[in-house]
Design a protein around this ligand. Structure first.
Ligand SMILES: [Zn+2]
Length: 405
């Protein structure tokens, strides 16, 4: 693939890319607004039909959410492992919030930004997939034709529903050649951030069941659940190990009713995160081991595991994939910075399908923010239109290198 031909093709298709993005941003697709999510899915299907992609929509497991969208383009003979391009259709902004904050498509050429809901998270990523494929088709038609492409668009990424990963896995039973996630990747410190690992997360609720008693006349008969719970929490917090990138956050606590009762119940909720699945498992086991009786009958500390999101570690296969991005960037006179990220994305659930990279979308910022203050100290979510061509060029060249190797 000749970089000059690729870059010319991308530059040619940029205005159409941004116009498609404008249309997507114009449709409210808050996760709970299923009809809006479906409308963005429809628009996306029409956009990719032009590139020969066949759409399939699949209902979410959750009523009220929109339908997941899968777009496939397969060569006549296929080895069965697609290149998986991952995006999502939903945003975090309810319609009322977009209206009350007057948060809409707003290009500010002087700032090099376009503001609007979902501009970088992640409608800009969807538009960049389209641009990248247009560039590949023009610069290397043979590579475009012979590749098995699967675009997977989650209807409910923002609420971390896990059914999308299962529906995606069903469509690539042999796994994927590469799992490429198009969340935004900022340009910082002289380089483009490419995400090569994400922390996993486990969530727990610790409950103390004590024994109520009159605080004045029968204090000695009570078992104080607040004190029982308070006794175990410092040990939980102490599981944090910054050197091992393991954090434990006790984020919420409740307990007791009125002060003339010995409290019979208290509860705390916490989450822990780590890049290393083993470190996460050990810390989770340590919290579960806190289950114990509290001073006698029918009083106890109980631990409930509320949920797990698997870690995506930077293993050897991921590092080999990331290496193609580093090389492609330097071929273009650019720099790719491989970074870890603490937040979750679909990469956590899809990395089991094959070597994975994230942050392949355009550069932008302030995702999940809609506020704009008069003094300009707060500005909402934005994307940088100048980042589309270099990012799409880097992705296309890296993919060509990776699939040729
Ligand atoms: Zn988001």
């Amino acid at each position: 693939m000749k970089p000059e031909v690729l870059q010319d093709a991308l530059t040619f298709h940029l205005p159409a890319t941004l116009d498609s993005l404008r249309q997507m941003v114009g449709i409210n697709s808050f996760t709970n607004h299923g009809a809006g999510v479906d409308a963005v899915g429809q628009l996306t299907s029409e956009l990719f039909a032009d590139l020969g992609f066949a759409p399939e929509t699949v209902a979410s497991e959750h009523s009220g959410y929109g339908r997941h969208l899968f777009l496939r383009r397969q060569p006549a003979s296929t080895g069965g492992k697609p290149v998986l391009l991952v995006t999502h259709l939903d945003t975090v902004f309810p319609l009322e919030e977009e209206e009350s904050q007057d948060f809409h498509w707003r290009p500010e050429p002087g700032e090099g930004r376009i503001y609007g809901p979902g501009t970088v998270d992640i409608k800009g990523g969807t538009a960049l997939i389209w641009l990248m494929l247009q560039g590949i088709r023009q610069a290397d038609p043979e590579f475009f034709e012979k590749t098995d492409w699967l675009i997977a668009a989650n209807a409910s990424e923002e609420v971390m529903a896990t059914d999308f990963a299962d529906r995606t896995a069903e469509r690539c039973p042999a796994g994927a050649r590469a799992v490429l996630v198009f969340e935004g990747g900022p340009h910082l410190d002289g380089g483009w951030h490419i995400v090569q690992s994400r922390k996993g997360r486990s969530v727990f609720r610790i409950e103390a069941e004590g024994k109520a008693a009159h605080a004045g006349s029968a204090h000695e008969n009570g078992v104080n659940a607040v004190i029982g719970l308070a006794g175990v929490l410092p040990g939980v917090a102490a599981l944090t190990n910054y050197a091992a990138d393991l954090t434990v956050n006790v984020g919420h606590i409740t307990g007791g009713t009125v002060i003339n009762r010995v409290p019979h119940h208290a509860a705390a909720e916490l989450e822990m995160r780590a890049y290393d699945p083993q470190a996460l498992a050990l810390a989770g086991a340590a919290v579960e081991a806190l289950e114990r009786p509290l001073q006698g009958r029918d009083a106890a500390i109980r631990v409930h595991r509320l949920g797990d999101s698997p870690a995506w570690p930077a293993d050897e296969a991921n590092q080999a994939l990331a290496g193609h991005w580093v090389e492609a960037a330097s071929q273009l006179g650019l720099k790719a910075n491989l970074v870890p990220r603490g937040g979750l994305s679909d990469a956590n659930y899809l990395c089991r399908l094959g070597p994975t990279l994230d942050g392949l979308g355009p550069s932008g910022g302030n995702a999940h923010c809609s506020e704009r203050s008069p003094d300009g100290s707060k500005v909402p979510e934005f994307v940088e239109p100048a980042s589309f061509v270099p990012k799409a060029a880097m992705n296309a060249l890296a993919l060509a290198r990776c699939l040729a190797s």
